[in-house]
Ligand binder design. Structure first.
Ligand code: CA
Length: 237
């Protein structure tokens, strides 16, 4: 037994899901703490300081959104929201309230474990440096030189407009996190207006084209329609 296992706090009131997920997480080597309500979740969160929280939104005592804002008052601990709600508005609300990612039941365990690794990696990346990276971002054959504002695939430079570059740089700074349209718009343009989402989508289409991505190809950035974009920290199955 190692004592440097990552601790996961799972807040879920459905006993079946709790036991399936516990088995999955423990098999993957995580140490799991369980709570069946928002109130108990807060107690365990404070006493155990988990590395990742998996949070159901529909809880018996309070909405899981309360837990989200409780943690986000003073911590960036990764939170993956788990919910039966498939409504895009709920996803957007949870992401804008500080959730790192969102998984809708039912989900595949391979996908779910990949999401956990991704938020862990992104969090460590940020806490190692204390702030966003200066210098260079590297992932597989993608390199972003933040100082020179240049992007390369292998040796080849991808020439982007200022706005296109800002979008890719912003996503890379939050690599692994699903960013909502409004969070990206705020980060790139500073203000939302009526045409913002359309403007973002047009820019994203141009970026894809310049990266040489064909429709249906998986690449560095995934899009969840109606929600937002994510730069993938690792290849998703
Ligand atoms: Ca529930």
């Amino acid at each position: 037994m190692t004592n440097n296992k990552y601790k996961i706090l799972l807040i879920e009131d459905d006993a079946n899901i709790r036991s399936v997920m516990t088995a999955m997480l423990e098999t993957a080597g995580y140490q799991v703490h369980l709570a069946d309500s928002c109130g108990f979740g807060k107690i365990l969160y404070t006493s155990h300081q988990p590395d990742v929280v998996i949070l159901d939104l529909g809880l018996p005592d309070m909405d899981g959104m309360h837990f989200l804002s409780f943690v986000r008052q003073d911590s960036l601990t990764p939170i993956i929201v788990l919910s039966a709600r498939s409504d895009d508005r709920d996803k957007v609300l949870a992401l804008d309230a500080g959730a790192n990612d969102y998984v809708t039941k039912p989900f595949s365990s391979a996908e779910f474990l990949a999401r956990i690794r991704m938020v862990l990696r992104n969090y460590q990346h940020r806490s190692d440096s204390g702030k966003l990276p200066g210098g260079k971002f590297r992932m597989r054959d993608l390199t972003i030189d933040y100082d020179a504002r240049q992007i390369f695939i292998g040796e080849q430079e991808i020439r982007l407009s200022q706005t296109e570059y800002n979008i890719v740089a912003l996503l890379s700074e939050h690599c692994g996190k699903m960013m909502t349209y409004s969070a990206i718009i705020k980060g790139v343009w500073g203000y939302p207006d009526e045409g913002s989402t359309k403007k973002l989508q047009v820019n994203m289409a141009n970026i894809r084209k310049k990266f040489g991505v064909k429709p249906g190809d998986s690449w560095y950035i995934s899009n969840e329609l109606g929600v937002g974009y994510r730069m993938n920290g690792e290849k998703e199955e």
